[in-house]
Design a protein around this ligand. Structure first.
Ligand code: PCA
Length: 212
């Protein structure tokens, strides 16, 4: 039983992406009887979701959490909803800057995360880690990957559909403010994975989970 955690490579001129450093630190760790596999996605519209689909096929994880950087945020942001749009204010790492186009033309307008987002929020807060529910993952590569993930999981024919969703992390202290230390991010993701694996009941649409 596996958990897939993805982070992104650096983009927009930055030297590192904290999302990759944080998930990499959890690679191989066991949580609630599951083994974590960390993988990097390119910050590029087209190739990110090709790689994501390959990883889903290869590992058939029970839980998938994609992680990305959101500058300007001061907490771990558990995303509620992925929307069917690509609208980039900067070029991605492949030089593409899509404007006002869908992620999947035949797909619905949006997908809710199937993570128990409120249970995860309370677990993080209980552990003293700054956390919030976010109502938008933006319209750049993170939202794109989140939408493609939820589309793939929704059409999964596995008996028990894997749960999946997205978490944004802040800058690292060396990147600017607001920020969060890498150790706090790693502890937060560990806590989020544990909560997602051990919260049994939740409302699919709203993510309200029973608090353990
Ligand atoms: N953050 C960007 C893409 C990659 C990343 O880490 C975003 O929020 O869309």
């Amino acid at each position: 039983m596996k958990v897939l955690l993805t982070g992104f490579d650096a983009f927009g001129g930055a030297a590192v992406n904290p999302s990759w450093l944080a998930v990499q630190a959890l690679d191989g760790r066991s949580v609630a009887g599951h083994k974590i596999i960390a993988a990097q996605l390119p910050t590029a519209f087209e190739t990110s979701i090709i790689e994501l689909r390959r990883l889903l096929q290869a590992y058939k994880p029970a839980l998938v959490i994609c992680v990305g950087l959101a500058s300007g945020r001061d907490s771990m942001s558990i995303e509620r909803v992925a929307i069917n749009i690509q609208d980039a204010s900067i070029a991605d790492n492949a030089g593409h800057q899509p404007l006002d186009v869908s992620v999947i033309s035949s797909g619905p307008a949006a997908y809710f995360s199937t993570l128990p987002i409120k249970a995860m929020l309370y677990a993080l807060q209980k552990a003293g880690i700054p956390a919030e529910i976010s109502q938008t993952a933006g319209t750049f590569v993170c939202n794109h990957v989140f939408y493609a993930l939820m589309h793939a999981l929704a059409s999964s024919r596995r008996a028990k559909k894997p749960r999946g969703g997205f978490i944004h992390v802040p800058f690292l202290p060396a990147q600017g403010a607001p920020n969060m230390g890498l150790e706090t991010m790693v502890a937060g993701l560990h806590c989020a994975v544990e909560s997602a694996l051990t919260t049994e009941q939740y409302d699919l649409a709203y993510g309200a989970g029973r608090i353990n």
